[in-house]
Design a protein around this ligand. Structure first.
Ligand code: AQP
Length: 332
């Protein structure tokens, strides 16, 4: 492994990747990839915590890998890996399960939210999700973990488990640091700007999909909920407009003030049309590259094989150490 620090992040292959994931995760990954030795996971085991159609999950995993690359992740310089291809994730999770307290998991906001959302399927996996996430991070001795503010609580648990294990046995895990980007704010739903834009949202009009056709993207932005005002200003009490201004700022790398000045005296319809164009132009090269990649499944499989082989070496090293420390008799 190089001298660079290790960065680890992942997305679960549920729903369809949207502009929220792009701004909050993928765009940052692309910006950080040269600075770190990066591992980007497609966390399919996490996705099982909500009901999936097996054939769709399989297809989505490959599609997410293609979208990572199409967004600018360089698979030659970084590791792209499917979580279930590296069995040590689940194995380390089992060890971490036995040093995690029920009370710690009970406090997790995501568990509370998802239990409400999937109240007919509150499974053990949903409850122990943060332990698997801790295993993902600690397995690779990650230095930095870019997360959205929503995932901060889970990262704190990973740090606590690393500390507990190191204290109970001896120094084993590196302490991971969260990396919360200053520019990667929360993108909100188009029709309900009080709630987060989520790739598994049942209402497709709430999200701008990375693979949505141009005319659909434009239509969704045109119909996005705003308010009865007329002037284009940034005001938190006008969440619909504030969200659209936020998307504009993140995609154009311009400040909100600059954008507000640019649209002074213009109407909402004008701003929405320009934003539509910006989104379409941002996603056009991504979509083109994606189509090429999906036509070459052999290439994607090569990327995944290389990712799994490389990850396996690091994962096995950490897990062997863990097994030795906890007192397992090692196989000769
Ligand atoms: N609306 C958002 N704004 C900014 N960042 C976002 N992320 C997700 N939504 C937004 C970031 O994208 C990554 C997604 O990781 P995940 O799929 O493992 O977690 P998630 O937070 O559950 O994502 P979704 O989109 O809400 O998925 P579903 O609907 O399938 O549960 C994370 O880095 C997250 O911060």
């Amino acid at each position: 492994m190089s001298e660079k620090k290790i960065l680890l992040s992942g997305i679960q292959p549920s729903g369809k990747l949207c502009i929220g994931n792009y701004i909050g995760a993928l765009k940052n990954w692309v910006n950080l990839q040269d600075e770190y030795e990066s591992i980007f996971l497609v966390v399919d085991m996490h996705a099982l915590t909500v009901k999936q159609v097996p054939s769709e999950l399989r297809q989505r995993c490959l599609s997410f890998v293609a979208q990572y690359i199409a967004c600018g992740i360089d698979p030659d310089e970084n590791t792209i890996v499917i979580q279930s291809h590296v069995p040590q994730h689940a194995e380390l999770m089992w060890v971490l399960n036995s040093i995690t307290y029920m009370g710690e998991l009970n406090r997790m906001t995501q568990f509370k939210d998802k239990s409400k959302q999937h109240n007919k399927n509150i499974n053990v996996g949903l409850f122990s999700y943060p332990v698997l996430m801790a295993a993902d991070i600690l397995l690779y001795q990650a230095d930095v973990v870019p997360v959205g503010a929503d995932q901060k609580q889970h990262l704190e648990l990973a740090r606590e488990l690393a500390h507990r294990f190191n204290h109970q046995y001896s120094d084993t895990f590196k302490m991971p640091e969260p990396f919360i980007s200053k520019t990667g704010g929360r993108i909100m739903s188009l029709q309900d700007p009080e709630k987060k834009m989520s790739k598994s949202d049942e209402n497709d009009n709430n999200i701008l999909g990375l693979l949505d056709p141009s005319d659909l993207l434009i239509k969704k932005i045109k119909r996005a909920v705003t308010d009865s005002g007329t002037d284009i200003v940034y005001d938190q009490s006008r969440p619909g407009l504030a969200n659209l201004l936020g998307i504009y700022a993140k995609l154009s790398d311009k400040s909100i003030d600059k954008i507000v000045a640019q649209f002074e005296g213009k109407m909402y319809s004008h701003f929405k049309a320009d934003l539509g164009e910006l989104v379409v132009e941002t996603l056009r090269p991504v979509q083109e590259k994606y189509s090429q990649l999906m036509d070459d499944k052999g290439y994607l499989e090569t990327v995944l094989k290389a990712g799994a082989d490389k990850s396996f070496v690091h994962a096995r090293k950490t897990l062997s150490k863990v097994y030795r420390k906890v007192g397992f008799l090692l196989k000769k």
